[in-house]
Structure formats: C-alpha cells, structure tokens
Design a protein around this ligand. Structure first.
Ligand code: 0X9
Ligand code: ZN
Length: 321
C-alpha cells in the first residue's frame, strides 16, 4: 500500500503474517491462538507471551491483556500495541532481567487487531471506516449503512438507557441486534472470561485520554476502585504525558455495551481505554505515516503499559509508571 509504517491485515508481511511469524520463531515464548472468525472469514488472533508459552496452561499465571483496533481506522492503536508486543519479545531475547523475571510469572496477551474485517477495509476501500463489516441490510455488499460498533456490542449494560449507542444501523455507534451478536465481541468476551486478566489496556485514538469504567453511568464521579486512579494518575500527573485521566463517561461521553465495562464487571479486570494522540493538530484518526512520530507515541505510552504487567502479581498494590 506504499506506507512507511502502516501494514494491513492481509498483505504479505502484514499484521496477520507477523503474528504467525512471531509465534513460529519463538515457540518457547509466544503462543498463537485463533479466537474466532469474522463475518468475512478472517481470523481474530490472540498471542500469549510468557516463558514456556506453549506448555503453560492459559490463565495459570496472572494475565494482562493488551487489545487494539476495535475501531478500524485507529491505526495508531494497532501500531503502538505491535511495538509493545515486539518490545517484550525482544527484551526477553536480549536477556533483560526485569522482562525475563516478568515473563516467568505473568502472561501477557495481545489482540492486535480486534476488528480485522474493518481494519482491512480501511486499507482497501474507506480510510475512515470505524465499525466491523456486518452486512446489516443483507444485500451482500458493504455500504454506508453497514457495520456494528464493536465497542457498543458487549454484554454489559448493553442498550442501557438508550444513551451512548444507537439502534440506527447507519450510525457510527450502532450497537447491533443484541449483546455479543458479533463474532469480534464473542472472541473478546470469551478470552476475558477464560483468562480473567488483572489488567486490560484497550488502545483507541485520538482524544489523548486515559479512560476507565464505568462508561455507562452518569451518576458517579468516582472510580469504583482506587487502583484506577493509582495507575492512570491525575490531571496534574497523568500516567501518559499530556493525556487526561478520568472516568470515561465523565471525561469523554457515555457509552453502553463497551469492552472495558464488560471486563471490569465480568472478569474482575482493571481495564483502561487509553485514547492515543492524533499525531498532528487536526489529524484526527489519520495519524501521520511518520516513523519518528509513531515511535514517539509508543515510547510515551510504554511506562503506562509496563506498569500493568509489573503490577499483575499484586494488583492491590500497583506499581505506578
Ligand atoms: O467511543 C468509543 O468507543 C471510544 N472513543 S473512540 O473515539 N476511539 O471511538 C471511547 C470509549 C470509552 N468509553 C466511554 N467514553 N464511555
Ligand atoms: Zn476507538
């Protein structure tokens, strides 16, 4: 596609190929699992990174889940998460003591592209597509009225109060016909219920915030768990420089049926939605195809991401970044 940084899902050497190669080349560290298939038949892939990955029962060590690209156009989320995955693997192989110790005791899970159909569509057809490719009108073609918002389809306060999601199929926040109607949702919910991660980071873009549950509620200005504030930081000292931490419904807007609310309520997970940067003033979801800017965005978020892995053994006493 001619980009410096961005890689599609399907292309040779693209994200799917890279995930398979990483697992194939590091069988003692990386396990690949297909969580399910999308409407168009693409694999929704998770990697588990832990020492002895293929011999260790899933969930036998405290787990952390790093997920990205629920929203097709948020390419920076894929790329930051891809760099994070490679960071852990490379530091382990370079005998970094801290990372080696970490990966003996903790399972790190990665879902780089939670919405592969939508993501591929942003390369092939429409750069600003957000949702999955559910054929809402069943006419056999993807048109503007199609797609379900993967971050409104979870089985937690789905459709609550009819605020923060839509019944209109053409809406960018169309929630789908029922909770977990979408294969992408089933895949993520299944993983969450199986590994019950201590922490989840669900990368999005581009509001420069660190959001946490509950996204559905409007009543309470308080986090239900002090760990959220301990890890995300405060306005004066945010865990990611320049980002605003806060309850997602308050800091951004109300949603229902969202991923981190589900993880928090059903898997006991301390679950964050960091909204990454635009990369330039007014770039919105189209982060520039600029290696230096992308790498800087990754480096800026790395301490926050690491702090979750480092805290998984003892989440009640989180190590701040
Ligand atoms: O709307 C979303 O799903 C997320 N923002 S985005 O611009 N990436 O689409 C934010 C979800 C966070 N939760 C709440 N705001 N309740
Ligand atoms: Zn998003």
């Amino acid at each position: 596609y001619g980009f410096n940084v961005w890689r599609s899902y399907d292309e040779t050497g693209g994200i799917r190929d890279q995930l398979y190669a990483l697992a194939r080349n590091n069988p003692n560290l990386v396990k690949l699992e297909v969580l399910g298939k999308t409407g168009q038949g693409r694999e929704i892939i998770a990697l588990k990174v832990t020492q002895g990955a293929n011999g260790q029962r899933d969930g036998s060590r405290p787990a952390v889940l790093y997920s990205s690209t629920q929203h097709a156009r948020e390419w920076i989320s894929t790329e930051v998460n891809r760099r994070l995955l490679n960071h852990y693997v490379n530091r382990f192989k370079a005998n970094d003591k801290e990372i080696k110790d970490l990966l003996k005791s903790t399972e790190l899970w990665f879902v780089l592209v939670a919405n592969p159909d939508g993501y591929q569509y942003t390369f092939d057809v429409e750069r600003l597509w957000r949702k999955n490719l559910r054929d809402n009108d069943g006419n056999g073609q993807i048109t503007v009225g199609d797609g379900v918002d993967p971050n409104r389809n979870f089985d937690e306060h789905f459709n609550y109060d009819n605020e923060g999601s839509s019944t209109a199929t053409a809406s960018e926040t169309y929630r789908g016909t029922g909770a977990a109607s979408e294969p992408e949702t089933k895949a993520m919910q299944g993983l969450l219920n199986r590994i019950k991660p201590k922490f989840q980071t669900n990368w999005h873009s581009a509001a420069q915030q660190i959001l946490y549950p509950q996204g559905w509620q409007t009543g309470s200005p308080e986090a239900d768990n002090p760990i959220y504030v301990a890890m995300a930081g405060t306005d004066a000292k945010p865990a990611i420089p320049g980002f605003d931490p806060g309850i997602s419904s308050d800091e951004l807007y109300v949603t229902n049926g969202e991923t981190t609310d589900y993880a928090d309520a059903h898997a006991g997970t301390v679950a964050f939605t960091p909204e990454l940067s635009e990369g330039c003033e007014g770039c919105g979801f189209v982060f520039p195809d600029d290696e230096a800017l992308v790498e800087a965005e990754f480096q800026k978020t790395l301490p926050f991401a690491l702090s979750q892995a480092m805290s998984a053994q003892d989440p009640e006493n989180p190590k701040s970044s």
